[in-house]
Design a protein around this ligand. Structure first.
Ligand SMILES: *Cc1c(COP(=O)(O)O)cnc(C)c1O
Length: 356
């Protein structure tokens, strides 16, 4: 069976070496040595001012919304994983959906100002499939209207834009280190803030609000992760360049097999990007064609994923919005199998089955 993804596992002995350290210290959580080591290594690897390792990418979003004190309406994208929207609702805010731009599939920055009201406090946009939003335009709008910007950067591990980490744009960026993501810790996530004061607040908030053993900065939650999770991340990090290189090779082969002399297409990357190949999304002409191909692949024991479907503006628990581009794209996009040890011969087989 070939699935849309397969979790990368580091050499077992390397994970065991970290486990040995954990056994020796008998210290499993509450910001142990391995959590701190992982934070340090990720900060330097990614080229960011700071990084807080938390227990998943969803709590990262929720803590970000809390730390920036967002209230009322938050402008967001309908083309993302459900956690982007659910975090807004969970934090007692209202998601205001703005449609996406048809090339990058990220929020259409030209439509944002129209959606701003006196209740708007922030923008929460996803760099979908690791493709940067129009960060410059969004920054201008945010400054003009005094809004905070959070980027759901769950797909952006290692992406550089204009020579620096994509995570350095906006007030806060959040990452997911879920087992299905490019870099993972089993479950896990990260938060990056551009401002030291905001970072300090995030730090207190992810640890019950503790500001010393008997003192509290304010309200907090348990967003901490454990030494066991940090050990997984530390064991994988040395292999990340190798992992990305292999995913690039597979993606380029898909390009070769699928994009020449066909009507299939991929989302467009902007210039000046150093990409990480987290997914291989392919767009069909119609949902009918997609379903046809999906069935053919399934019959051959190959399981791509309709990611992202459905468009989040159609969720039952939010106010309904019309986002024609996102609704249309989400019915036509399929993410193809892409993972470190996927054989190139299988990629060829998948390619042939698709253009049949
Ligand atoms: C995976 C993902 C999340 C959620 O991350 P978890 O670590 O699974 O909680 C949020 N947003 C996007 C865009 C994602 O792909």
């Amino acid at each position: 069976m070939i699935n849309v993804t397969k979790t990368y596992l580091p050499p077992l002995e390397e994970y065991q070496n970290y486990l040995k350290k954990i056994w020796d210290s008998a210290w499993l959580t509450n910001r142990g040595e391995l959590v701190k080591e992982l934070e340090q290594k990720l900060t330097s690897f990614l080229g960011v001012p700071n990084l807080l390792f938390v227990n998943n990418g969803t709590i990262a979003l929720q803590i970000a919304i809390k730390a920036l004190d967002l209230k009322g309406e938050i402008i967001t994208t309908p083309f993302s994983y459900v956690a982007t929207t659910s975090s807004i609702v969970w934090e007692g805010c209202e998601p205001i959906f703005v449609d996406i731009e048809k090339n990058t599939l990220c929020i259409d920055a030209d439509l944002i100002e129209n959606a701003i009201t006196e209740k708007t406090t922030g923008i929460l946009a996803t760099h979908v499939y690791g493709i940067p939003c129009d960060v410059e335009k969004i920054e201008k709008i945010a400054q003009k209207h005094n809004l905070k910007v959070i980027y759901d950067a769950a797909h952006c591990f290692g992406v550089k834009y204009k020579g620096q980490s994509l995570l350095n744009y906006g007030d806060i960026s959040t990452l997911s280190f879920h087992a299905t993501k490019l870099f993972h810790t089993g479950e896990g996530g990260g938060i990056v803030a551009n401002n030291k004061e905001v970072f300090d607040k995030l730090f207190y908030m992810h640890n019950f609000g503790h500001n010393g053993p008997e003192d509290f900065f304010g309200v907090g939650i348990n967003g901490k992760s454990s030494e066991l999770h940090a050990a997984m991340g530390l064991s994988i990090l040395p292999y990340i360049q190798q992992i990305v290189a292999k995913r690039k090779e597979i993606s380029l082969l898909y390009d070769e097999l699928l994009l020449k002399n066909t009507s299939l297409r991929c989302p467009k990357l902007p210039k000046q990007i150093e990409y990480n190949y987290p997914y291989y999304p392919i767009l069909f002409d119609s949902e009918e064609k997609l379903l046809d191909v999906q069935k053919r692949l399934n019959d051959n024991n190959i399981f791509p994923r309709r990611y992202f479907y459905p468009s989040l503006n159609t969720l039952k628990y939010t106010k309904s919005f019309s986002c024609p581009v996102s609704e249309n794209i989400s019915t036509r996009v399929l993410c193809l199998p892409l993972y470190y040890d996927l054989d190139l011969s299988d990629v060829e087989k998948i390619g042939k089955l698709i253009i049949l």
